[in-house]
Design a protein around this ligand. Structure first.
Ligand SMILES: CCCCC/C=C\C/C=C\CC/C=C/CC(=O)SCCNC(=O)CCNC(=O)[C@H](O)C(C)(C)COP(=O)(O)OP(=O)(O)OC[C@H]1O[C@@H](n2cnc3c(N)ncnc32)[C@H](O)[C@@H]1OP(=O)(O)O
Length: 306
């Protein structure tokens, strides 16, 4: 009842005084530290994000929902700079307590082509370390966000592209594209945090099959195995369907929702938090194997020859 009362107030701007009183009452009732509670307070203020050419954040003042658009042509290859921009955008969204976020792409037929192969081919260790650490940050922030998330998958989403989508809570995809985790086809072992996101999306059996075979699914087959939740005919509709999903949370206590999400994902988040360095080392040694480098180089060539 206290939460319901609190929620109904938060749709309006809270004066500092109101906020202090409410914080005190709720933190006493839920036995939370003030800092912990503030971190999980529901959306109360919306913002317009400073522009970064690689990631556009557009917050709808009325709904409080942010559309986060990756904008790195031609295929949203996930480079260090794109990850940095995403990491910053996720911080801004968290700090401004938005009501939900929808991840999508400005490329007409590609959501994201996954990790930028240029980051993986003949890598410089220092840059790759920064790249990998920022990649981990993005996953921790997206998968562990206090606000609800959805992906409007308006194009192909192989490998890292699929990975971003399954780190969200809901996925709507446009027809006639491919999605999946094809890392094993490239000689790569899926990292710990990728496995966690996949298991959280499809059944353990499907996750095992999908990851070991490295299958890329059509939109229709992805729906069948639960890798996506809905199909929408084009991008605008996909965003609308994501908005509808997020709007359902208007009738749910933000605090109860955030804590429940957190508790369900906590184990996965901690698993990576506790082994970030080890995770890097494993991938670095896998990546610099001459056979893997050759595979990546050949693969890049084959993409260029198309
Ligand atoms: C490969 C080894 C990975 C090692 C990783 C190590 C550990 C990581 C483990 C797990 C972490 C999570 C997983 C990450 C793995 C990855 O994400 S690796 C990337 C895998 N991505 C792919 O296999 C997709 C490759 N791309 C495509 O299939 C197609 O491009 C597309 C997305 C279906 C789009 O097709 P379309 O016809 O529209 O475009 P083009 O193919 O003509 O491409 C245009 C242009 O873009 C270049 N390009 C495509 N993909 C990438 C990419 N991932 N990175 C960099 N550049 C890419 C392509 O070469 C073309 O260039 P151009 O000819 O110079 O114009």
């Amino acid at each position: 009842m206290l939460l319901t009362l609190f929620e109904s107030h938060t749709h309006f701007f809270l004066s500092m005084f109101q906020k202090m009183i409410l914080t005190k009452i709720i933190s006493n009732t839920l036995s939370l530290h003030k800092k912990q509670l503030i971190e999980w307070l529901p959306a109360v203020r919306y913002f317009s994000s400073p522009t970064n050419p690689l990631v556009n954040v557009d917050v709808n003042d009325k709904s409080g929902i942010a559309v986060v658009t990756m904008n790195r042509k031609p295929v949203n290859g996930l480079s260090l700079e794109l990850f940095e921009a995403m990491s910053k955008a996720l911080d801004d969204l968290e700090n401004n307590r938005i009501r939900g976020a929808i991840l999508t792409s400005s490329c007409p037929t590609v959501f994201s082509a996954g990790l930028d192969l240029n980051e993986l081919y003949q890598p410089d260790k220092k840059r790759f370390k920064a790249f990998w650490t920022t990649f981990q940050d993005v996953w921790l922030k997206l998968y562990g966000s206090s606000f609800p998330t959805a992906a409007a998958i308006n194009g192909h989403a192989p490998a890292g592209g699929c990975f971003l989508a399954i780190s969200c809570e809901y996925r709507v995809m446009c027809p006639d594209y491919k999605i999946g985790l094809n890392e094993t086809r490239l000689g790569i072992i899926a990292p710990i945090f990728l496995r966690a996101s996949m298991r959280n999306t499809v059944s353990n059996r499907e996750a095992e099959k999908a990851l070991t075979l490295g299958t890329l699914y059509s939109t229709e087959d992805a729906l069948k195995i639960g890798l996506i939740d809905e199909i929408a005919i084009y991008k605008v509709k996909a965003i609308e369907r994501c908005e509808n999903f997020l709007a359902q949370f208007n009738n749910v206590s933000s605090i109860a929702r955030s804590f429940t999400k957190r508790s369900l994902r906590q184990k996965d988040l901690e698993e990576l938090e506790n082994c970030r360095e080890e995770d890097f080392n494993i991938f670095w040694s896998n990546l610099i194997e001459p056979s893997v480098q050759k595979q990546i180089g050949d693969y890049m060539q084959s993409l260029k020859k198309k």
